[in-house]
Design a protein around this ligand. Structure first.
Ligand code: PLP
Length: 396
């Protein structure tokens, strides 16, 4: 291992995956672990999408696709951006990739130079900081709090900007907090950014449709933002297609061209069958996936009401995605069943070992006071999991 690159030695392993591995280990020992650590819908991919994939196989979509995606998929993406986000992209601004994760990595590699600062409102999705570091950038965390629904204010942004700031990078709806920035909040952020024309914005909108507040705003649609914003989206979450691996960006042409260039040397075009299936997904009306969104909302309400009965869990109401992000710092310094809890990682580990429930420490997301609980699980497992959590932390 001495011969490994500094690049990889400096990289954290994914805490969500580490938790999943630990849960697997305990399962192998015969323990009945309920997994609430994964960011993945528990639904099957809709039949109309599967059908399109089957047809694509029979129609022999088996050759390399264009690096940036099939022309008709790019058309479907352009129409989607127009329909849902009031954004008008040209085909040159669209790049299809192997998951939104690759889209994000492409953008980072395309614009970050060593030492460039990237502002990450915390909590943020685990991979953002690691991708920034891989691109030799410097992640700059802006701490938010549960009192402000884990959202960065315009003043906080302004205070974080330096002459080295290259990028602002956030998700809304947010993984892990479930927060949704309103149009007004984004307008205030845009007003700060207009004073700094060189800052690029990465807006990760992969949870766009899983929004219970109604009203999703793409920052690119706000005055002065279109020409410097990369809008990232994909089909993993809303269409229950995590394994299909399709994500995409709408971006200024110069950034899209650079992403195309990088992807052309690293992976080429994304999987051909999955691209064809994505056309069907994006052309369908949002109403075709509404049943999943409705279920997520019911489960959110269930989880909030059950967790609300446990003393020591401080909650807010997440408006999107499928996570709750309770502040559990009231347990820090306490001893539960002989286990000293010093931080969120200890607490998540305690829940795994003493409640047999897998969650993820907020530390991985840049917030050391919280844990992330995914409610992309059946109502039954959620009820059982929370009742176990309650038993493990009460009268302990
Ligand atoms: N962005 C956020 C905020 C996510 O939570 C995830 C998946 O967990 C991704 C991007 C990656 O999605 P994909 O499966 O399209 O790579």
């Amino acid at each position: 291992s001495q011969q490994l690159s500094e690049r990889v030695l400096n990289m954290a392993t994914s805490a969500t995956l580490a938790m999943a591995a630990k849960a697997r280990e305990l399962r192998a020992e015969g323990k009945d672990i309920i997994g609430l650590s994964l960011g993945e819908p528990d639904f099957n991919t809709p039949d109309f999408v599967k059908q399109a994939a089957k047809e694509a196989i029979d129609q022999n979509y088996s050759s390399y696709s264009p690096v940036d995606g099939y022309v008709d998929l790019k058309d479907a993406i352009i129409k989607k951006f127009q329909r849902d986000n009031n954004l008008t992209y040209s085909p040159n601004g669209i790049v299809v990739s192997t998951g939104a994760k690759q889209s994000l990595a492409n953008v980072a590699m395309a614009v970050i130079n060593p030492g460039d600062e990237v502002i990450l409102p915390a909590p943020y999705w685990v991979s953002y900081s690691e991708i920034v570091k891989l691109a030799e950038g410097v992640p700059v965390e802006v701490q938010t709090s549960i009192e402000n629904d884990f959202k960065m204010t315009a003043d906080q942004l302004e205070a974080a900007i330096t002459s080295k700031t290259k990028m602002l990078w956030y998700s809304s709806p947010c993984n892990p907090s479930g927060s949704v920035y309103s149009k007004e909040e984004l307008e205030a952020i845009a007003a700060v950014l207009r004073k700094h024309p060189n800052i690029i914005v990465v807006s990760d909108e992969i949870y766009e449709h899983i929004n219970f507040a109604g009203g999703h705003t793409s920052i690119a649609s706000i005055e002065g933002m279109f020409d410097r914003t990369v809008t990232v989206n994909g089909v993993s979450k809303a269409f229950a297609m995590t394994g299909w691996r399709i994500g995409y960006i709408g971006a200024p042409d110069w950034i899209a061209r650079a992403c195309n260039k990088i992807q052309g040397q690293i992976t080429s075009g994304a999987n051909s069958i999955a691209q064809r299936a994505t056309i069907a997904a994006l052309e369908a009306p949002v109403s075709s996936i509404q049943f999943m969104i409705d279920k997520f909302k019911e489960r959110r309400d269930l989880v909030l009401s059950l967790l609300g009965e446990i003393e020591g869990f401080q909650l807010n109401v997440p408006e999107g995605a499928f996570y709750v992000f309770p502040n559990v710092s009231s347990f820090f310094g306490k001893t539960l069943k002989g286990n000293k809890i010093e931080n969120a990682s200890d607490f998540a580990l305690y829940l795994l070992e003493h409640a047999n429930v897998a969650t993820v420490t907020g530390e991985a997301f840049g917030n050391p006071n919280c844990i992330r609980i995914s409610y992309a699980a059946s109502e039954e497992s959620l009820k059982e999991a929370i009742s176990r959590i309650k038993a493990a932390v009460s009268n302990a």
